[in-house]
Design a protein around this ligand. Sequence first.
Ligand SMILES: Nc1nc2c(c(=O)[nH]1)N[C@H]1C(S)=C(S)[C@@H](COP(=O)(O)O)O[C@H]1N2
Ligand SMILES: [Mo]
Length: 414
Amino acid sequence: MKNELKDDSRRGFLKKASWAAMGTVFGSEIVFANQMPKGLIPIVLADPDNPLQQIGKHKDLTILNDRPWNVETPPHLLDDAITPADKFFVRNNGMPPQNIDLDTWTLEISGESVQKKVVFSLKDLKTKFKKYTYQLTIECGGNGRSEFNPPAKGNQWSLGAVACSEWTGVRLKDVLESVGIKSDAVYIGYYGKDTHLSGDPEKVVISRGVPIAKAMEAESLIAWKMNGEDIPLMNGYPLRLVFGGWPGSTSGKWLHKIVVRNKVHDGTKMGGFSYRVPCKSVAPGAKLTEDEMCIIESMPVKSLVTYPKTGAMLKEGTVLDVRGHAWGGDLKVSEMSVSIDFGATWQKCNLKDPKNRLAWQHWNTTVRFPKKGYYEVWARAKDSDGIMQPMVVPGWNPKGYLNNACHRIAVKVI
Ligand SMILES: Nc1nc2c(c(=O)[nH]1)N[C@H]1C(S)=C(S)[C@@H](COP(=O)(O)O)O[C@H]1N2
Ligand SMILES: [Mo]
């Protein structure tokens, strides 16, 4: 049966049909087909040589780890204006929940700084509040970690732990206001339904959050749709927070509880060295104490070349179209430039406005190469405060966060 299903036309059919209607292909009914999380395919159809397919991701993504899943997207696969679900990176700290039941999934809002604890069903969220859709950039705080020296422990992310999709949900602000928050509220924290790698149900995988001011922004969402469809299981199905422009770790997946705190949230991975950088810059390799570390808030300005793919070969005389995206944390990107002479001279690019605040911006330009030979195209964004990406790896920090060095691609003119 497997070979039969490898037939391409059949695969096309599989994509479109819902699993519930698949009885004819299997010769037997998939009894709980309607429970199958989006993005998963029945194991019997899975290609053992392609584990990414089993988690609903594009086959050419890069696997850093499969327990838990950590998968990044090579820059040339981020070329879409809006990142499709199968190309959205995965950063899991634990194991995603299983047997998700939409009818019983709830979101609790509690903590010291709420008037009263309130529990919402998914249906409540979807029907009681106004819905909003925003394009929001999510970048892991550790994106680019692999380039730090001395090296930092953790997933050795290259460039691709970033994405910008279109998220639909309700404003966190509207939900919090409906519950009633006290004037002493300073922070929110999230809890998700993923489980600890140890299997210990008491252990919290990750519980981070944001200051109340960020929580109350118009673009801060409790989302249940990505690009108009259910969020993929790996990216937080059926409910997640999305805080564009802040470390991805603030955007809690498999969301089931939000606490409103009267102090900085002290959940798992809020303290110590997690998602913190030295408050004052230090020499590479410096030994630091916990009280010298500050929580990362907005991510720094950054950009990617998504076309062409690094290693492009060009015929002499070809005018090359170059393009990509740029994002600036809480800020807008104000200017985008490229260099083909290792930063000696720069040419300005066309740069579009973001679709909405905290969405990445598309840029493009054409490049002419003076003669045959090896070149690099360097791309550099500048944010609305006038801060530019550095050409080399910036401020070393023990956990390897916030590397926003310029993206470089290789081009050979032959
Ligand atoms: N519940 C839960 N939420 C989580 C995580 C997690 O492991 N569990 N990982 C965080 C981190 S570190 C990042 S970078 C983003 C990644 O989101 P993605 O996997 O959808 O790309 O999710 C965040 N939210
Ligand atoms: Mo992350």
